[in-house]
Design a protein around this ligand. Structure first.
Ligand code: GLN
Length: 270
């Protein structure tokens, strides 16, 4: 069986668990036995619970609170290990995306500790305050791996972060230089060529763009890209996936199904 944990220190963890139960019945798995038998979903609050997980979700909520609680119950290092050393599939939604970023703004110095794993910089509360929360139809082309109909995803943004910058992925041998390894942009994702060029400096895959709301996207060379480029609201880098919005607050299980399929494949290739 594959155990998927949802970090349950604060935030919308029970909603994730509920939608996973719906999603599990629809995951195409080549494993024998019923889907229900195959997947186990648990709330994670302790190191012991975390160590029993094959994959983890960090929910939306308040990233500062999650981080502080994690610190107090000695979960920060185990979480970093899970993501960066054991490299197990991890998905962060909203506050979870913030925690999985290597860099976030509006975090007081010495205040918020991040887990990291995604070489991105996020801008917290990008769209403003709670009353500026909104819902938007989002094209997520990779969801055609789940259903071919490509119905836009109703994405809920609540004091949501965006990915404002892709950081150069620096490995040991290429100190100071952006490494140009293995970057794939979600194939059918249509994005501006200038963005594509910037994206190719990174191992980060841009998986979803919210068109036309903002401003400027900066690339790491310091130049600013087109207004039209939109906001990056879903990214993936190796085992780590992050979304700005809250799929667990909808009853559309497609993203949960898709991610469980990724988990299934990752567990299989171990
Ligand atoms: N604004 C919150 C934070 O900075 C995230 C909001 C959310 O998860 N809905 O942590």
């Amino acid at each position: 069986s594959v155990t998927v944990g949802v970090l349950a220190l604060q935030g919308a963890f029970s909603e994730h668990l509920q939608l996973f139960k719906v999603a599990a019945n629809q995951v195409e798995s080549h494993h024998e036995g019923s889907a229900k038998k195959y997947w186990t979903f648990i709330e994670v609050r302790t190191q012991k619970e975390l160590s029993s997980c094959d994959a983890l979700v960090i929910p939306g909520g308040e990233s500062t609170a999650i981080s502080l609680v994690a610190q107090r119950c000695n979960m920060l290092e185990p979480l970093r290990d899970f993501v960066k050393v054991l490299r197990k599939p991890t998905w962060g939604t909203c506050a979870g995306l913030i925690l999985l970023a290597e860099s976030a703004n509006r975090t007081k110095q010495g205040g918020q500790e991040l887990i990291g794993g995604l070489d991105v910089r996020v801008n917290r509360n990008h769209f403003g305050r709670q009353i500026e929360s909104f819902q938007a139809d989002l094209d997520l082309p990779f969801l055609n791996e789940v259903t071919p109909d490509l119905v836009p995803f109703k994405a809920i943004f609540i004091r949501a972060p965006i990915v404002e910058k892709l950081l150069p992925t620096v490995d040991g041998e290429q100190q100071g230089e952006a490494s140009i390894t293995g970057t794939v942009i979600a194939p059918s994702l249509q994005i501006d060529k200038s963005v594509a060029k910037a994206v190719h400096l990174h191992d980060v895959e841009v998986m979803g763009i919210l068109p036309g709301r903002t401003k400027k996207v900066k690339n790491d060379l310091g130049s600013e890209l087109d207004d039209e480029a939109g906001d990056i609201v879903a990214v993936r880098q190796a085992n780590v996936f992050g979304t700005s919005f809250h799929p667990e607050l909808t009853n559309d299980p497609r993203l949960h199904i898709w991610w469980l399929q990724q988990v299934d494949a990752a567990v299989d290739s171990r």
